[in-house]
Structures are given as structure tokens and as C-alpha cells.
Design a protein around this ligand. Structure first.
Ligand code: 2DT
Length: 212
């Protein structure tokens, strides 16, 4: 008997949409219902590459824009063997940001095309489901001040949102838009339903390659 693989589930969205809260609640709900699941997040700041990224985000160091884009991508690639192993063992992965954040944030900088930004991430494990937590910029602003990390400004986040909207036009990715303006529990119920459907569906499907 072959073991069913786990599903690769990604949550994306602009800052303050509630991604991290929802990822945690989702993993807990899946585990409680007897479905093996683990959370991951990108950037994963615990690796050597992750340290470089973290220092850049905290404004403790400066990195050239192409360079930092490639580091974010390398930070995903370095975790691919571990991700594939877990998925093969039947563990579903709930991932807080992925290549879509990579493309949306870098392409929000002047002079970066969507196509150039996608390049380094082509061929990564393709998520079985990407949920975009949608919150309009005015609502995001109503959730309080941004922090002090790089990218945490209203103007930049508005551009990021429009880049995500461009990415969501790609039918090769299984996007689901989730209305994140609702209360935490309503958003969770919605996310859990989409996830359980995806987990049940992937058993017959091999893991795909992103943007290939
Ligand atoms: P967190 O606040 O979620 O730790 O994100 N980012 C993220 C990129 O610019 N490129 C990427 O590939 C990824 C995954 C989004 C830290 C910031 O890093 C940005 C916000």
C-alpha cells in the first residue's frame, strides 16, 4: 500500500491580513482532526541564509536588491529536500508566505519585472492550494501601525497588493481568495474547508513544479 502524500498549503497576503494567526490555527485544527500537519514560514530566519535576510529586514545590513531577491529564493530551495520528505511521509505543510511573496515584494521595487522575479523560483514544489488573505489597504491600516522592518509602509504595501493581483491571474496556480476582513473564527472556518478539500484531493496527484 502506498502512503498518501501530504498537501502543500500556502497562505499569502499583505501585512496585517492575519496569515500567521491563521496558519497556527489551521495546523492545530488539522492535527486535532487526526491529519498530520506542520507549519513552515518563509523567510525561515533560522538558517545561515535566513540570518542574512533577517539582518537585511531589520535594517541592520544593506543588500543589493537582486542579491536579496536571490537569497529569499535560496532560502526556499535549501528547505526543499525537507519539505519533500515530509510531504512524502504524509505530513501536510502549512506555509506562511512562499515564492508569491518573493515575487510580489521584489517586483514592487522600481525596475523589477514579474518575469525576472519568478525566474529563481521556477521548479519549486508547487503548492496544492494558495490562499490569498484579502484585506483592502484601508482596512489593513485600521489594524494599527506598521513595525519598523523594511517594506512595512503603506505605499509599498499598496504596490505589493497590486503585484499579488497580477500573480493571481495565473490559472496554473490553485488560488483561493479569502476575505480576511471577517472575524478570526470565520476566516479560519473558510480556510480549513478549502484545506481539507485539498488534502483529500492530492492523494491521487503527484506534487507539481511551480511555474513550469
Ligand atoms: P515576515 O514578516 O512574514 O517574516 O516577512 N519577503 C518575504 C520578501 O521580500 N521576499 C520573500 O521571498 C519572502 C518570503 C515580506 C518578512 C518580509 O519579507 C518579505 C515581508
Amino acid at each position: 500500500m502506498t502512503c498518501r502524500r501530504g498537501a502543500l498549503i500556502v497562505l499569502e497576503g499583505v501585512d496585517k491580513a492575519g496569515k500567521t494567526t491563521q496558519c497556527k490555527k489551521l495546523v492545530q485544527a488539522l492535527q486535532e482532526s487526526g491529519r498530520p500537519a506542520e507549519m513552515m514560514r518563509f523567510p525561515d530566519r533560522t538558517t545561515k541564509i535566513g540570518h542574512l535576510i533577517s539582518s537585511y529586514l531589520e535594517r541592520k545590513s544593506n543588500l543589493e536588491d537582486h542579491t536579496v531577491h536571490l537569497l529569499f529564493s535560496a532560502n526556499r530551495w535549501e528547505l526543499v529536500p525537507e519539505m519533500k520528505e515530509k510531504l512524502e511521509q504524509g505530513i501536510s505543510l502549512v506555509v506562511d508566505r512562499y515564492a508569491f511573496s518573493g515575487v510580489a515584494f521584489t517586483s514592487a521595487k522600481p525596475g523589477f519585472s514579474l518575469d525576472w522575479c519568478k525566474g529563481p523560483d521556477v521548479g519549486l514544489p508547487k503548492p496544492d492550494l494558495v490562499m490569498f488573505l484579502k484585506l483592502n489597504p484601508a482596512e489593513a491600516e485600521g489594524r494599527g501601525e506598521f513595525g519598523t522592518e523594511r517594506y512595512e509602509t503603506t505605499v509599498f504595501q499598496r504596490t505589493v497588493q497590486s503585484r499579488f493581483e497580477q500573480l493571481m491571474k495565473d490559472p496554473s496556480v490553485n488560488w483561493q481568495v479569502i476575505d480576511a476582513a471577517r472575524c478570526i473564527d470565520d476566516v479560519h472556518t473558510d480556510i480549513k474547508e478549502h484545506t481539507v478539500n485539498a488534502i483529500n484531493k492530492v492523494e491521487e496527484q503527484p506534487l507539481g513544479d511551480l511555474w513550469k
